[in-house]
Design a protein. Structure first.
Length: 423
């Protein structure tokens, strides 16, 4: 069946709407389209589009500031430094109230323990620990050490061997009567301490309400301290007498069995008790004090004062090393894609504190890429060869822990190669 090709017949109205194409467009349209495509191709060949990796940046130094946080929720007993003060490495800055011990007393005990020759049982036996020290949870180790001291001294001098069994029995009876007397005194001292603490709470509450009773608060604190020391002294005497009773009873048993205590073994036990006490003091200091890890200047966090309460993980103090070195940037990037990040690559940083649209961006260079990721992030160190100067000439203040957004320029490839998928 033959199909005839007839010209399309349009109505006059349609022909008027479509009109007649311009002659120059018919003649040159293909050529112009080719020129446009060629121009775009040339432009895409010369224009480079960068591959980037972004992350959060924080300013630091070669020797970074140390941020010291609360290891646990605690109430502060003492703040031993002032804001801006220069401190030495190892210096105690803050003391927690937990532990039931006074820092000055623990410090005194530590000094006494460190000053003695621990290899000599004779010298350890002569070490005097005042019974009025308020040592809280350290007191048990102190008592054990003092018991070992008394045992060693007694065996060394054979002190109890000069007494007969009836004489020792009589001495035990006298000591037991003294124990009962001390127990009654302890009850009275405990009541005095409870009353003194209640008065102190009242004075502190009055002072917190704006009443200026500083002298009265201090006087109430001194009464509490004297009551605590008296009660502590009573407990020490009570324990010492009980231990004496135990030793006399052991001596009576030794008469009956014919065995004698070994001075050498007592010396070994004394040195072990000394080591246990020294370790307990070190543990207390680690748990209840904040010490400076470096020599530098301290900056206390707001509201860090004596008797204030801090939660676990709260920043308490920052120590800025004296010789901190030059300013660096620490950038954390996601481990995915971090393999393309290499030393020497350029980094562009925008600091939200100084918006880039107004102040410009700072340029840095990667100096080090971390090898071990932490929590899925890789740490990158960035140096600033030209300083913290933006591309508009604005100088950014090198504030510690200043945060910014960093973009690493991994590479630059022509746009056409990216469109064509060429590596």
């Amino acid at each position: 069946m033959a199909v005839s090709l007839m010209p399309v017949q349009r109505s006059q109205e349609v022909a008027e709407i479509i009109g007649t194409p311009a002659g120059w467009l018919t003649r040159n349209g293909t050529w112009m389209l080719g020129v446009l495509i060629a121009s775009l191709t040339i432009l895409a060949s010369f224009y480079s589009y960068p591959t980037t990796v972004s992350g959060d940046l924080v300013l630091t130094t070669v020797d970074p500031p140390r941020q010291l946080k609360a290891r646990r929720a605690t109430e502060i007993q003492r703040v031993l430094v002032t804001d801006g003060e220069q401190v030495e490495a190892g210096q105690t800055l803050i003391v927690a109230k937990q532990g039931g011990a006074k820092w000055e007393h623990v410090q005194y005990l530590d000094d006494q323990l460190m000053s003695i020759d621990s290899g000599s049982a004779d010298r350890l036996a002569r070490l005097e620990i005042p019974p009025t020290l308020t040592l809280g949870e350290l007191q048990d180790e102190v008592y054990t050490f003092q018991d070992r001291q008394e045992l060693y001294r007694s065996l060394l001098a054979r002190r109890l061997e000069k007494y007969t069994t009836p004489e020792l029995t009589k001495l035990i009876s006298g000591d037991e009567a003294q124990v009962r007397t001390l127990q009654r005194e302890a009850e009275s001292l405990q009541e005095t301490l409870t009353l003194a603490r209640g008065q102190l709470e009242q004075e502190v509450e009055l002072a917190s309400n704006g009443v200026q009773y500083t002298e009265r608060v201090n006087a109430a604190r001194r009464r509490v301290e004297r009551a605590e020391e008296a009660l502590q002294k009573n407990y020490s005497q009570l324990r010492s007498i009980r231990f004496e009773i135990e030793m006399m009873r052991n001596q009576i048993d030794a008469y009956r069995s014919g065995r004698k205590g070994s001075t050498e073994q007592a010396g070994i036990q004394l040195r072990q008790a000394y080591e246990d006490l020294l370790e307990a003091v070190a543990t207390w200091s680690r748990d209840f004090t904040v010490t400076s890890p470096v020599t530098g200047q301290v900056v206390l966090s707001p509201s860090i004062t004596e008797d204030s309460y801090v939660t676990e993980g709260r920043l308490m103090v920052t120590v800025f090393p004296l010789d901190a070195g030059s300013t660096l940037g620490r950038l954390d990037i996601d481990i995915r894609g971090s393999g393309r990040v290499q030393p020497g690559q350029r980094v562009v940083i925008d600091f939200p504190k100084w918006p880039a649209l107004e102040y410009g961006s700072v340029t840095g260079v990667i100096t080090e890429v971390g090898l071990v990721p932490v929590d899925g992030k890789v740490s990158v160190l960035i140096a600033f060869p030209d300083g913290l100067v933006t591309n508009t000439g604005f100088g950014v203040t090198a504030e510690p822990f200043l945060q910014g957004k960093a973009t690493v320029i991994v590479d630059k490839r022509p746009l056409i190669r990216r469109l064509l998928g060429v590596g």
